[in-house]
Write a protein that binds this ligand. Structure first.
Ligand code: ATP
Ligand code: MG
Length: 673
């Protein structure tokens, strides 16, 4: 119980009834969860396999596991589940796939797969091109998160467009099932459905999970809320922690009202509030508090810190986005030299991924090592996607998207007409493309020459699959890559041999990570993971880690404000503090400023020692330099704690020339006057 204040300690030890810890940023909510896991195991004598902690991101789950590892021995922690909501859902589906009507080795469709499927299904309804894919995908996802069935979507549709989307939704659900595949939202939705229809299965899971802990509870959506409710049952042994001011996933169906709803669902709910912040200086906290005070509040919260006032918040206005990026890079270099810090002490946060481009150039120019979370992820590289598709076919031959991705990679000279005929036959017969290749009936539709090519492929895949199950799967997969002569294919399709070699090494990294996950004993059963599970986990990691990747080396961290949730850095830069960027234009149009303000609050509260906000006076848009307007949130900062730089050209000139502290102080004085 080292390093816990009395309120935190109370939260850790309280197990008499459901508990909600409602507190602002940096007050130790995540710390409470970690310590409580240790307390339940070590002091209450609960077996680790009966404790489940849920967080929102892989990174957070990893960090939590690490922190628990420092408090509890490896032996004691055996069987403990610390995972994301989606991983927990995947575990449930894996174990209950039969009851749910799925075959083992079901596929998980990623964003691109889903888009491809929607495009295919939607073309019937949108004759003039399909520029609606995003809208359809988003609407379907929202329906799923709100537990709206296809029938309900169809019968409640109020206009023609919604009617069409609802029909596509119905086809989409059926097709996924036929492919033996699930999408990201299904990972929560399917367990919820299963539990509501099958009390025996629910009973089993309720017995397994004797204590449930949830971090970042404000971002649960309707289906996640219900999943928690089902799992804790009437025993209601749970602790959830959250901060309504940090709810930033409304666009994914998150409902901060879930915090208030808890009191109705659990009348014995105990609420503990934490008020001391252990992260930031008082000035940073004050800035966060004054900004968020502009939002209406359901819960009264206070937040203070005894880390001293600290430095003023710096708001730096630069001529244009290029100067802005240059300035941030230059400031990091000088600050680092002066204070002997590490690169990883700095984080640069922005509203949208596209803002990272210029920064990257400038950081490279100054030879500053950096890491982008959610940038071009390992898993979105085409060579990795190719091999992943082969792996997906191994565990689920009915995965048509994977089939289509690899059928001509490397070249097998199977043309579009052949594929079209194959597709028609498969859909008439309601079977997958792979299965269709092996049906006798196909020979009446296809020339023998083409049929033979298809069958050569499927027979070869079947051989590899068999090898995976009978022999060492990793050797089988390595053999497969060699057999494909994939290296040669890369050489023919890369700009240079060295690029091809680099791409090939990514393939081996993927195989290695599969090997690693095969070696990790299954968290719950303590048995060796099988190939299906290992690949399934890789696919899920792939999806989650597009948002976040691990990196412990000494590099400046670049990420979106969304991705920064729960994290902390000594020195934080928030760039692009302009109207249309933060708040984002779409939110301004939809009058959803409150969510953008929460996002700003999340950004500010990541900083421990110093916070710098930057903006560009002009920014390129559609090839033109546009005058920007400073973000409205800058005006909400407490004026007495802010230094404004660059708002008058003569001042910025002086700053450039200023070297000593006195000169800076005199400029400050002038600005303040
Ligand atoms: P967020 O809302 O951003 O997720 P949080 O409430 O989860 O924040 P933590 O990340 O748990 O807060 O804690 C913030 C920082 O404060 C961490 O560095 C943590 O180690 C530290 N901390 C938490 N409690 C204490 C304490 N009692 N004494 C000293 N440091 C503490
Ligand atoms: Mg936290």
């Amino acid at each position: 119980m080292r390093r816990l204040n009395p309120r935190q300690e109370e939260a850790v030890k309280y197990i008499d009834s459901p508990l909600l810890v409602l507190a602002g940023a940096g007050s130790g909510k995540t710390s409470v969860i970690t310590q409580k896991i240790a307390y339940l195991i070590k002091t209450c004598g609960l077996k680790a396999k009966h404790v489940v902690a849920v967080t929102f991101t892989n990174k957070a789950a990893r960090e939590m596991k690490e922190r628990v590892g420092q408090l509890v021995s490896g032996k004691e922690a055996r069987g403990l589940t610390v995972s994301t909501f989606h991983n927990l859902g995947l575990n449930i589906i894996r174990r209950e796939h039969k009851t749910l009507g799925y075959k083992p080795g079901f596929s998980i469709f990623d964003d691109q797969d889903v888009k491809a499927l929607i495009k295919e299904l939607g073309e019937k309804y949108y004759s003039e091109g399909m520029d609606k894919i995003d809208l359809i995908q988003h609407t379907i996802s929202n329906w799923k998160n709100d537990l709206i069935t296809t029938d309900q979507a169809i019968s409640h549709a109020k206009d023609e467009e919604t009617e069409v989307i609802a029909t596509i939704y119905q086809h989409y659900v059926r097709t996924l099932k036929a492919y033996n595949a699930v999408d990201f939202d299904d990972l929560i939705l399917l367990p919820v459905k299963l539990f509501s229809e099958n009390p025996t299965v629910l009973d089993k899971w309720q017995n397994k999970i004797r204590y449930l802990l949830v971090d970042e509870y404000q971002d649960t959506n309707a289906s996640q809320y219900l999943l928690v409710k089902q799992l804790v049952g009437t025993r209601a042994a749970f602790t959830v922690v959250g901060d309504d001011d940090q709810s930033i996933y409304a666009w994914r169906g998150a409902r901060p009202e879930n915090l208030a709803l808890l009191k109705d669902d659990y009348p014995t709910l105990n609420v503990i509030k934490l008020e001391q912040n252990y992260r930031s200086t008082s000035r940073i906290l004050k800035a966060a508090n004054t900004v968020i005070a502009n939002n209406p509040h359901v819960f009264e919260k206070r937040l203070w810190s005894d880390f001293g006032m600290g430095d003023e918040i710096r708001v730096v206005r630069c001529r244009n986005e290029e100067v802005e990026a240059e300035r941030v890079a230059a400031e990091i270099i000088t600050h680092k030299l002066k204070h002997e810090t590490k690169f990883k002490d700095y984080a640069i946060l922005y509203r949208g991924n596209h803002q990272a481009k210029l920064l990257e150039l400038k950081l490279q120019h100054h030879q500053i090592p950096y890491f982008i979370s959610g940038g071009t992820s390992f898993f979105s590289r085409s060579e990795v996607k190719d091999i992943m598709a082969y792996l997906r076919l191994i565990i689920n031959p009915d995965d048509d998207n994977a089939f289509l991705r690899v059928i001509n990679v490397p070249r097998r000279e199977i043309g579009p007409t052949t594929l079209e005929k194959l597709g028609n036959y498969a859909s008439q017969r309601h079977i997958s493309l792979f299965a269709a290749c092996n049906e006798f009936g196909l020979s009446t539709h296809l020339d023998e020459r083409f049929l033979e090519k298809l069958q050569r492929f499927t027979h070869w895949m079947q051989k590899i699959t068999q090898q995976c199950h009978q022999e060492d799967p990793v050797t089988a997969i390595k053999d497969m890559v060699h057999d494909l002569d994939y290296q040669n294919w890369l050489r023919q399709n890369s700009s240079s041999d060295s690029v091809a070699d680099k791409r090939m090494s990514n393939v081996w990294t993927l195989v290695e990570s599969l090997e690693k996950s095969l070696k990790v004993a299954d968290e719950e059963d303590d048995v060796e993971t099988d190939i299906k599970t290992a690949i399934g986990k890789l696919v899920l990691r792939d999806m989650l880690e597009r948002q976040e990747q691990e990196d412990d080396s000494d590099r400046v961290q670049l990420m979106t404000l969304h991705a920064s949730k729960g994290l902390e850095y000594p020195y934080v830069f928030m760039i692009g503090m302009e109207e249309d960027l933060l708040p984002h234009r779409s939110s301004i149009e939809e009058n959803n400023i409150e969510e953008e303000r929460r996002l700003t609050y999340v950004g500010i509260t990541r900083a421990r020692k110093a916070l710098t906000m930057t903006l560009a006076g002009q920014r390129k848009q559609f090839g033109e330099q546009i005058e920007t307007t400073p973000s409205r949130f800058l005006e909400e900062l407490p004026i007495e704690d802010v230094i404004r730089i660059g708002f008058g050209e003569e001042v910025s000139q002086e700053i450039k020339q200023a070297t000593g502290k006195d000169a800076l102080a005199s400029i400050r004085n002038r600005i303040n006057k």
